[in-house]
Design a protein around this ligand. Structure first.
Ligand code: ADP
Ligand code: MG
Length: 344
């Protein structure tokens, strides 16, 4: 299976490279077409509710777009999220099915709303990991990590940075399919223009890479790969691995695990605006030792994703070629008998 699946997935990857295959997009329906049920998520930018399409009975998640004032129209951040989602088409990226509008009503003074409509996914990874009753076997873990990397690889091939990698933004259904969600902070980048500056105010702190914490405004897809590394560690440890209480504390925790930067492990670190402002204790890298009780190859992959220097961090494409996917435990295939019966 191993060498065979390399060829197929490589072939598949290179054939989809840089080629957008936009889904047809029917547009807008009315919120009355859906039966809205309970709230399932409260994010930073609005709430997400479970709903069912009245005619088709399709289960969906409705993500409300927060409107600050109707005069100003849909916020630019939401437009960006919609535009990016519409351009993506991959089994490991949550598809935007359509938009649904709720008309305002002057007499009852209720404001109108706009919703993004997604297929309903049973869980998010953060919730699953917090629940001690949920156990994953090694083949399932490998499948989740593979799917996460496939989704991220697709994004980066299409020059999109996710910028908010974390368990709460990784959705999983009861069949074991994983989809990357929440493109509220995502943006497109131009790989030919590495000097373009972006905001550093992205990525939830525990998943934020050291270059962002040290003030880098020129960053690239490697910022998402750090987050993937953190998520892999979290899947094994069953809790977030780097839980800083402030940006400085976050750096401290990163260095405690990954070693303190110096001119050997990160030659250009002194070019970052915030490097040198604080004197950090000198720590040695000890990722492999701190995670020695887990799957050695998985932890080797994580170790290479948690490289301090962004340029040496594995890319999604490189990560997918890691030995972890070709040795040891099989990759369970979601939705098949093997998925449920293959327990570790
Ligand atoms: P925010 O930008 O507010 O964080 P998200 O898109 O991350 O919005 O959604 C918030 C939460 O709602 C997610 O963490 C997840 O728990 C839940 N959620 C989002 N989309 C879906 C979906 N398609 N199916 C099921 N739950 C979802
Ligand atoms: Mg979110």
């Amino acid at each position: 299976m191993h060498s065979g699946s390399t060829t197929t997935s490589d072939a598949k990857r290179s054939s989809t490279k840089k080629k957008f295959e936009p889904r047809t997009f029917t547009g807008c329906s009315k919120i009355e077409d859906y039966e809205t049920r309970n709230k399932i998520g409260e994010g930073t930018f609005g709430e997400v509710s479970f709903a069912q399409h009245k005619k088709t009975e399709a289960k969906v998640a409705l993500k409300r777009i927060l409107m600050h004032s109707e005069k100003e129209g849909i916020p630019i951040t939401a437009l960006r999220e919609i535009k990016i989602l519409k351009s993506l088409n991959h089994p490991n990226i949550v598809p935007l099915l359509e938009m649904a509008i709720k008309k305002g009503d002057k007499s009852s003074r209720s404001r109108g709303s706009i919703f993004m409509v997604f297929p309903y996914m049973d869980y998010d990874l953060a919730g699953l990991l917090e629940n001690p009753a949920v156990r994953f076997n090694q083949s399932q873990i490998k499948s989740y990590i593979k799917q996460l990397l496939e989704g991220t690889y697709y994004l980066h091939q299409h020059n999109i940075l996710h910028r908010d990698m974390k368990g709460a933004n990784i959705l999983i259904d009861a069949q074991g399919n994983l989809k990357l969600a929440d493109f509220g902070l995502a943006r497109s980048f131009n790989p030919e223009d590495p000097n373009k500056a972006y905001t550093t105010l992205v990525v939830t702190r525990w998943y934020r890479p050291p270059e962002l914490l040290l003030g880098a405004t020129k960053y690239n897809a490697a910022i998402d790969m750090w987050g993937v590394g953190c998520v892999i560690g979290e899947i094994f440890k069953r809790r977030p691995i780097l839980t800083g209480t402030s940006d400085i504390d976050q750096l401290e925790k990163i260095f405690e695990l990954c070693g303190t930067p110096n001119k050997h492990n990160w030659p250009s670190v002194d070019q970052l605006t915030d490097w040198g402002k604080i004197q950090f204790k000198v720590y040695q890298r000890n990722v492999l030792r701190r995670f020695e009780q887990y799957d050695r190859l998985a932890i080797d992959l994580m170790d290479k994703l948690l490289a301090l220097e962004p340029a040496t961090r594995l890319t999604a494409g490189e990560a997918l070629k890691h030995d972890y996917f070709y040795h040891g435990w099989r990759i369970a295939v979601p939705g098949t008998k093997e998925w449920v019966s293959d327990s570790a």
